[in-house]
Design a protein around this ligand. Structure first.
Ligand SMILES: Cc1ncc(COP(=O)(O)O)c(C=O)c1O
Length: 470
């Protein structure tokens, strides 16, 4: 019955579309109807149609239940999709080793957790100022001065519900429609989607494993034009673990200095998860860059606080004011409880003190273990991650090969499905990060778990047979 209703309403919609010469793109109903009409498909197969006819075929009215072009333009997060898939398999009893998620496997350090508990017990459970409590913003200023050589006042800091919110608000505050946001690939999955949400255009610049996935300044120079508004850097990087050396950042800063419209968002959320001799440099600390930089940081990774949802932005005051306005109309301030916990985190000492350095030492041991094991596998290219807790491995020599009972390994997606199916290890396809030749493995898991995962991967890979030349 419903299909028949759609059939009649479809014709009415189509006629009105043609007679009104309405913009196809502007209206979801019209564009779907026209395309379906052109393909002459049976109306019952119109799965994408989002018009609902009221009063069951009485012919009165269509409701437009389509989602907006903005929402439609956003890709769902592949990291979440693969994690969900792996979790579903685990719930069915399949012993999947999950190395897809981007969160530390450690518990939040006790001193931080206790500060949160105390906040609840002491009734510190009300709204805080939208920008975050003064005591936390003051502590963040102190941290930025001591650890990063950056001078900010509390009114140049905005505390948000995670670094992701800081990035979204920054892009919304800086970019106008059609501005270009330059994003080196491999990138963190959300950067291009956030640019799209702001009606800006992501401009992706590929980087290569041979260069340790670092941006080539000459290539960057060739991509900058009058529409370029924002360059997003992530150091240490998710997904590659690369750390931008100070020298390279200085070269990038020289380029930025030549383009008065270009701003930089530097995502430093993995700052503390770094392995010597690599050193972290804040982009805003370079000569002339303080005014041009929005520095994003947060508590999720270094302090194992992903669920507390706490991040912050440091930037010139007018950007903070703009982001603060957006936040005030979207979510209001971050959780009062998390802010007390964040304060305790910053009180742990330089770079998170012993609690953080213990986690970083464990991450380093795991990185060394994985690098060594993957380097021993034929056909896998390994970069030199110096931070974060990921390896981004080039498996492209396996593409084009066939696996009996599975099919063709044609890209990073099919390789990850193969590894999930045959090795029961969940990794994330590099395609999600803008580089289909690679896959990302997260080593936020115990050494024993990683050893088991490597054994399974090494056992499964020989099932992939080289493609037969025709
Ligand atoms: C590079 C990068 N930036 C930002 C975030 C967001 O972190 P938060 O949990 O603070 O929103 C993540 C989380 O995965 C990340 O990997």
């Amino acid at each position: 019955m419903e299909g028949l209703c759609f059939s009649s309403s479809f014709k009415i919609t189509l006629q009105s579309t043609l007679s009104n010469q309405a913009s196809e793109l502007h209206n979801g109903i019209h564009s779907v109807s026209l395309r379906a009409w052109e393909r002459r498909k049976p109306i019952r197969s119109l799965k994408t149609r989002s018009t609902i006819r009221s009063e069951a075929c009485t012919g009165s009215m269509d409701f437009d239940t389509s989602v907006s072009p903005r929402a439609n333009s956003i890709k769902p997060s592949k990291t979440m999709a693969i994690s969900d898939h792996a979790t579903a398999l685990v719930q069915k009893g399949v012993p999947v080793i999950r190395l897809a998620a981007g969160e530390p496997d450690f518990d939040t350090p006790t001193a931080i957790a206790e500060a949160g508990i105390r906040a609840i017990q002491q009734g510190y459970t009300r709204y805080t100022p939208n920008a975050g409590t003064l005591e936390l913003r003051t502590a963040i200023c102190h941290k930025l001065k001591e650890e990063n050589g950056l001078s900010y006042t509390p009114d140049q800091i905005l505390v948000s519900n995670g670094a992701k919110q800081c990035i979204l608000q920054s892009v919304l505050a800086v970019c106008s429609p059609s501005d270009e946001v330059i994003i080196p690939a491999p990138y963190w999955v959300s950067y291009p989607e956030i640019a799209r949400l702001a009606d800006a255009n992501p401009v992706i610049i590929p980087t290569f494993i041979e260069d340790n996935f670092l941006l080539n300044p000459d290539v960057l120079a060739s991509k900058i034009n009058e529409k370029s508004r924002l360059l997003i850097l992530s150091t240490p990087s998710n997904p590659t673990g690369s750390v931008y050396p100070k020298k390279l950042l200085e070269q990038i800063a020289e380029l930025v200095a030549k383009h008065p419209r270009l701003m930089v968002l530097c995502d430093e959320i993995y700052e503390h998860i770094i392995y010597q001799p690599a050193e972290h440099t804040s982009f805003a600390s370079l000569p002339g860059m303080w005014e041009r930089t929005l520095t994003v940081n947060g508590f999720s990774k270094a302090f194992a606080m992903t669920g507390w949802r706490l991040g912050y932005l440091a930037a010139p005051k007018h950007f903070i004011t703009a982001c603060n306005k957006i936040q005030s109309q979207a979510t209001s301030g971050a959780s009062s409880i998390s802010q007390k916990a964040g304060l305790a985190a910053l009180g742990l000492g330089y770079a998170g003190g012993e609690a953080v350095s213990t986690m970083v030492a464990a991450f380093k041991e795991r990185r060394d273990f994985l690098v060594q094991r993957f380097k021993a596998i034929d056909g896998v290219k390994v970069s030199e991650p110096q931070g974060a807790f990921y390896l981004f491995l080039d498996f492209s020599s396996y593409y084009g090969s066939y696996v009996e009972g599975f099919g063709l390994i044609k890209d990073s997606d099919s390789l990850c499905r193969f590894l999930l199916d045959k090795a029961q290890v969940a990794l994330v396809p590099g395609d999600a990060f803008g580089d289909d030749s690679c896959v990302r493995i997260s080593y936020a898991a115990s050494l024993t778990t990683l050893q088991a995962a490597m054994d399974k991967i090494e056992k499964a890979l020989p099932l992939i047979k080289p493609a037969v030349a025709v």
